[in-house]
Ligand binder design. Structure first.
Ligand SMILES: Cc1ncc(COP(=O)(O)O)c(C=O)c1O
Length: 472
């Protein structure tokens, strides 16, 4: 699709709709000349060049990629009206689109019933799930794996709940016997299972977590902010197919979070939280004397902690789902390509002699490190940092990676032969979330191998944290 054409079409359609309300005078205080705009806009577009090329497959760093052009066109058209999905009064059309898109997400997870809404982020979506957890089990804490996103411990602090990290196994998944022992103590009311950890893309065994939790009368929330759309590959044929059990179990859990602004092709400002039991809506009850006046129909603000939210985000998601629905044949094809790329790259890395795989990829995140001459954590840390910086600085064949901090214990569990001369090391991490990674993986590998074999490999300290070390 030609995004230019549809952006103009969006502007035309909205102006046509506006014209139907009759002429009025625009206020001079808002006026700016074309010349003024050209100068400021030129400055903006120039400053935007400072970005990394998130659109390009040579950007194989953090969970970042541009939104699909369909989402951009949908967002812009709605944003020109700027509806607020807090209430039907603020955005009747986009609030209905939000309910439809959220129902599609519920269908994707196989939830038999649901209450849910979009949020501005995975962080806020998880906050909502933990808030409901606290209301349902006052005085009891939240357990999450030591590899869970940092938001869980942080939000426990915000909510005044005790958060307890649980040990992980040698693949970075929540350890079931440690969980069982913790839940036996009776202090925990809800356990968070992560379906796709941020660092390594590990999938906690949701089905087994659920069985353990239910035995102890504990609720289960699934943080699938990053991994959720991979449920579309559960049981699929071919190399991209995933074991069905953890994904199918999500339908039995109490709540789930998924971020359309990660794998759902959306611009930032689009997370989602879904509860299996619509009755939890009672915990959101509040009085709003200034909104909710047009109908008795459910207003989204009545079931969310946030007030104002972009209706444009719902329009973008709704439009994207019309074209690339959250089904195996729709969005599933996009995710499958990234996953195949990760699997293929893992094989190339293992055979390279210059790089080593930290652990096999479970989704589309590849974690690896340079095979330094000196087999120590400090050598690996320095070489990883050097490769990160050198990759971005290469004028001819740049490559953009990210790093992941690994503790000495976690390293030893996977690679006992590495000398433990410090408490941990940075390794390299690439999220292959663009489907174009599949055809580019050979070139990507060549660039990274070149960095690993470059002069000074494994010697001295790296230049420290680059932008690739920013947390997702
Ligand atoms: C598993 C997981 N949970 C929560 C978050 C936080 O989401 P957001 O960045 O949308 O606030 C992330 C972000 O990477 C994540 O990977």
């Amino acid at each position: 699709m030609d995004v230019r054409r549809w952006l103009i079409d969006g502007v035309d359609a909205v102006e046509k709709w506006q014209a139907g309300f009759g002429p009025f005078e625009r206020h001079p205080s808002l006026e700016i000349s074309e010349e003024q705009f050209a100068s400021a806009f030129g400055e903006l577009t120039e400053r935007l060049r400072e970005n990394y090329p998130f659109f390009h497959p040579s950007y194989a760093g953090q969970m970042l990629k541009p939104a699909h052009p369909a989402a951009v066109a949908g967002y812009l058209a709605a944003m020109l009206i700027n509806p607020n999905n807090h209430a039907l009064d603020g955005g009747p059309a986009t609030a209905r689109m939000e309910k439809e898109a959220v129902a599609q997400l519920a269908g994707m997870f196989g939830l038999p019933t649901h209450l849910g809404h979009l949020t501005t982020s995975g962080t806020i979506a998880n906050l909502e799930a933990l808030y409901i957890a606290r209301e349902l089990h006052p005085g009891r804490g939240i357990a999450y794996s030591a590899e869970a996103h940092y938001t869980h411990s942080r939000m426990c602090g915000v909510l005044g709940i005790e958060g307890t990290p649980v040990a992980t196994d040698a693949a970075g998944r929540l350890d079931l016997s440690a969980l069982d022992a913790l839940l036996a103590g009776g202090r925990i009311g809800t356990v968070v299972a992560t379906a796709g950890t941020t660092g390594l893309g590990a999938i906690d065994p949701v089905h087994e977590v659920l069985a353990v939790a239910r035995r102890h009368g504990v609720r289960v929330h699934v943080d699938a902010a990053y991994g959720g759309f991979f449920t579309l590959l559960a049981g699929a044929d071919g190399p991209a197919g995933l074991d069905e059990a953890p994904w199918r179990a999500i339908a039995e859990c109490d709540s789930v979070v998924v971020d359309p602004h990660k794998h759902g092709l959306q611009p930032y400002g689009c997370g989602a939280v879904l509860f299996r039991d619509p009755d939890v809506g009672r915990f959101y009850l509040h009085d709003s004397p200034y909104t909710y006046f047009t109908s008795d129909e459910l207003h989204l603000g009545e079931i969310s902690l946030e007030c104002s939210r972009a209706g444009a985000a719902a329009a973008a998601l709704w439009l994207t789902f019309r074209l690339l629905p959250p089904t195996p044949d729709g969005l599933g094809r996009v995710l499958a390509a990234g996953r195949r790329a990760a699997l293929e790259w893992a094989v190339l890395i293992a055979d390279s002699g210059l790089l080593e795989l930290y652990q096999p990829p479970e989704l589309d995140i590849v974690a690896y490190y340079p095979a330094t001459r000196e087999r120590t954590l400090s050598a690996i840390d320095a070489a990883s940092a050097r490769m990160l910086a050198a990759g971005m600085a290469d004028p001819e064949r740049p490559v953009y990676l990210s790093t992941l901090r690994i503790t000495a214990d976690d390293f030893a569990r996977r690679h006992p032969g590495i000398g433990q001369d410090r408490d941990g090391a940075r390794i390299l991490r690439s999220v292959l979330m663009k489907p174009e990674a599949e055809t580019y993986v050979g070139e990507l590998h060549a660039r990274v191998v070149r960095l690993a074999g470059g002069p000074g490999e494994g010697l001295g300290d790296g230049p420290g944290d680059g932008p690739g070390s920013a947390p997702d």
